[in-house]
Design a protein around this ligand. Structure first.
Ligand code: FE2
Length: 315
């Protein structure tokens, strides 16, 4: 395990180097550790979290996970519809769960989402296509499996203590290109994990006030160390990320539907233009069937504060 704990100067917690990484289509420096000011009780107290849950019940997701890092199939969505926001938070305190408030727009965290959008837009020299702030609240012993996201990420840690491993982006020895195409297709986020991958990772201990940024496709995983953990994941898509997504979607379509693989680096200008043009023509002849998405799967667990994990299977 490679340790890479450092801090940027407190007067400027946004690292301009990351802006350059975020603006590039194929990032090679995948992560950086920063400081941030978002740790007030107004944002992270139990009362504030319950209020944020109440304001976003329609996009509140709850999950349960196993204990084996290599069994990413053991996590599942948890039905919390019949529980109050206070009961959900108490179950996260006592059990082994994590809650994801997707696309926070209202309340104090909604204001933070706007501030981060302005800050990041001022820092990158390409237009932001989309941004989203997800508030993640997790139990003291929870973990997040090794996975990759189709967006750049700025993770703001505000409560509790967690450890995060960030792995190199676009390293084909640790993430197969076909799997990455599925990540961009929204079909899967979890990736096959092997402990030896950790030798290539940067490992960060996050306490309140620390933030980590990494580029799209950089795999990462989390283990909580102590306390209720509260982090905000600010996700953003530059025009370059959207271009990357469309090239990967074209490659995936050509591979699955026509059994065609175009040689060369996927992001080389001539190759990526050719792939997208071929896919455009191909889709007119043979449309791509809909891709099943993770988020569409119904919950198979239900919140149950009477069991140690805080949830039980519905059947
Ligand atoms: Fe992630």
């Amino acid at each position: 395990m490679v340790s890479a704990i450092s801090r940027s100067p407190a007067q400027s917690w946004w690292d301009p180097e990351f802006a350059a990484v975020a603006a590039s289509m194929t990032p090679r420096a995948p992560h950086t550790l920063l400081e941030h000011p978002y740790t007030s009780d107004e944002l992270v107290s139990d009362e504030a979290l319950v209020e944020t849950f109440d304001l976003h019940r329609d996009t509140l997701e709850c999950n349960v996970m196993g204990t084996d890092l290599t069994r990413e199939d053991e996590w599942s969505y948890v039905d919390v519809q019949s529980a109050s926001s206070a009961e959900v938070l108490q179950a996260v305190h006592d059990g082994r769960l994590w809650v994801n408030v997707v696309g926070v727009k209202d309340g104090p965290w909604g204001r933070v989402a706007g501030e981060l959008r302005d800050l990041v837009q001022q820092s990158v020299d390409v237009p932001l296509q989309r941004t989203s702030l997800n508030l993640v609240i997790s139990s003291p012993t929870a973990m997040v499996y090794y996975h990759s996201d189709p967006n750049h990420t700025l993770l703001i840690h505000t409560r509790g203590h967690k450890r995060i491993w960030v792995y190199p982006a676009l390293d084909s020895e640790i993430v197969d290109r076909n799997v990455l195409q599925n990540v961009f297709g929204g079909q899967v986020e979890e990736l096959p994990y092997r402990p030896e991958f950790d030798e290539r990772a940067a490992c960060f201990d996050l306490t309140p006030g620390a933030a980590v940024a990494w580029s799209t496709t950089a795999p990462h995983r989390v283990e909580n160390v102590s306390g209720l953990n509260v982090s905000a994941s600010f996700n953003f898509w530059t025009s370059n990320v959207e271009r990357m997504r469309s090239v990967m979607a074209a490659d995936r379509y050509l591979r699955r539907t026509w059994h065609v693989r175009i040689p060369g680096r996927f992001d080389a200008p001539v190759r990526s233009t050719a792939a997208r043009a071929l896919a455009r023509v191909g889709r007119r002849l043979r449309p791509e069937p809909p891709i099943p998405r993770l988020a569409d799967a119904p919950p198979t667990w239900v919140l149950d504060p009477s069991v140690p994990s805080g949830a039980r299977p519905t059947q």
